[in-house]
Design a protein around this ligand. Structure first.
Ligand SMILES: Nc1ncnc2c1ncn2[C@@H]1O[C@H](COP(=O)(O)OP(=O)(O)OP(=O)(O)O)[C@@H](O)[C@H]1O
Ligand SMILES: [Mg+2]
Length: 241
């Protein structure tokens, strides 16, 4: 779906690199790493929002896919209603206004915001704003979904619910997901593969495949806990260095 070839990114100082990474089509990949490791920068590079200092990004069939981006903060326009925020990106690209509206309604109800379509962002809780941002990304029919700590601000119950909704959306919609989180448990629960980044400059330190089907209540599930331990140790070691 996406390939990073010898990517480096530098501002005043080197931030990232070298990054060599291939993300398979329809896979769910999480990225862990300490604050400042360059996770958000990596997503911005993946979406072409910023350009690498050197190296290149290749998309499948050399064609940039429709990309949905859920940013670390929900970035809603305060003067636009919920529905108009969801419609904003499609307004810019799509001619079929009616279809876009239907899709926006569909995704808002999918993320549990039916009835909030005409609210303004400042009438919503933090978690609800995040849901708007997820609906906005999904309403664009994206095939690559980039998510930057989307559930960090949520309480545990809402978070678990949205994680399961996201897995459902991923399974039903042929999506490639690149998901940044600080939660090892969340990464292992959601993904098929977990990347761990080290910092200054950011690199991929480890690449862990998670194969077993996971279940939240299955305390007998060995792989789940083994992977969580393995990744927690990698992160600990990295932060001690
Ligand atoms: N536009 C910019 N100009 C200068 N430095 C930047 C810019 N954007 C990011 N950086 C620097 O790049 C490094 C990586 O930032 P990035 O936001 O990618 O980290 P992160 O892994 O997402 O951290 P967090 O977990 O806190 O969100 C940081 O040291 C940050 O200060
Ligand atoms: Mg970040």
């Amino acid at each position: 779906m996406l390939k990073f070839n010898k990517i480096y990114k530098q501002y005043d100082t080197p931030i990232l690199g070298p990054i060599n990474l291939e993300i398979e089509k329809d896979s769910f990949v999480s990225i862990l790493g300490s604050s400042g490791a360059g996770k958000s920068t990596l997503l911005r590079l993946a979406s072409n929002l910023i350009q690498p200092t050197s190296g290149s990004i290749e998309y499948l069939n050399n064609k940039k896919p429709n990309i949905g981006f859920v940013f670390q903060d929900p970035t809603l326009l305060p003067w636009r209603s919920v529905i108009d925020n969801v419609l904003l990106p499609t307004e810019l690209t799509s001619k079929n206004v009616k279809l876009s509206k239907e899709k926006a309604f569909f995704w808002l109800s999918k993320v549990g915001l039916r009835g909030k379509e005409n609210s303004l962002p400042n009438q919503l809780s933090g978690g609800q704003k995040m849901r708007v941002s997820i609906a906005r990304a999904m309403a664009q029919d994206c095939s690559l979904l980039l998510m930057d700590e989307p559930f960090a601000a949520l309480d545990e119950v809402s978070r678990n619910k949205l994680e399961d909704d996201l897995l459902d959306i991923w399974e039903k919609n042929k999506l490639t997901v690149l998901f940044v989180t600080h939660s090892v448990t969340e990464a292992v629960y959601l993904s098929q593969r977990v990347l761990v980044m080290s910092s200054s400059p950011g690199k991929i330190l480890d690449d862990v495949i998670v194969t077993e089907k996971k279940s939240r209540d299955d305390s007998q599930n060995h792989e789940f806990f083994l992977k969580i331990n393995q990744l927690t140790n990698i992160l600990k070691k990295e932060s001690d260095e």
